[in-house]
Design a protein around this ligand. Sequence first.
Ligand SMILES: Nc1ncnc2c1ncn2[C@@H]1O[C@H](COP(=O)(O)OP(=O)(O)OP(=O)(O)O)[C@@H](O)[C@H]1O
Length: 241
Amino acid sequence: MSRHDFLAAVSTRDLTRAFQGREVLSRVTLDIPRGQFVALLGESGSGKTTLLRALAGLDDDAECSGNYHVPQNVSVLFQDSRLLPWLRVIDNLTLGLRRPDAAAEAQAMLEAVGIADKAQAWPGTLSGGQKQRAALARSLLRSPDLLLADEPFGALDALTRLKMHGLLFRLVERRRPTVVLVTHDVDEALLLADRILVLRDGAIAEDHAVALPHPRRTSHPDFESLRLRLLGSLGVETDLL
Ligand SMILES: Nc1ncnc2c1ncn2[C@@H]1O[C@H](COP(=O)(O)OP(=O)(O)OP(=O)(O)O)[C@@H](O)[C@H]1O
């Protein structure tokens, strides 16, 4: 491992964000090593999206203080695919890319996400899962050092979501970008992440390392015990499960 592997890809120091004087992110100090896959969990309104948007530089109208550092090459993946409806799928992928081989790389990426046959399709003709595959392909085609994902599978049905977990994991394994994934889904966090942060009232309340080997099995006793603990932290009455 080189010296650089020890350097944080993402760091924040006392990162604070407020809207109309109400603090929603409170002095968040965090280091994420290069290549680490971090899941952000937290009850609704705990500040997950605000933290992700701050890291993406999408601060909108927030009052800001503190510092953060992220790599230069960042891709953001949202719950909706944000494909431009007037461009064919392949042109959505290559938009803004100046590399001469962009079209061939885009086609290969569509292959990797399993929708090579949709290259010439219009986004409006794709299913929700296919759109998210295209959005994932578009993000990864830019070979990001940091992938910021805000509930990218939140609107998908359970089966499609499971398939997307496998796909995201395989693709991320190839190039090892640092990943920050906002999710409500405890199992998703446990299946994918090296580390799970729980946000509460705009602060990091818990920081768990997930050392389970891949491929992960929900039946693994450590998986189940951390799952119950996290659900409890998120306000679920686990003795009813
Ligand atoms: N642009 C904004 N203007 C005013 N308030 C905002 C804005 N963005 C977020 N907030 C507030 O900040 C708080 C945290 O919101 P945020 O979206 O970060 O939470 P979250 O944990 O991602 O929630 P959810 O899980 O419901 O998506 C909420 O109370 C929200 O209303």
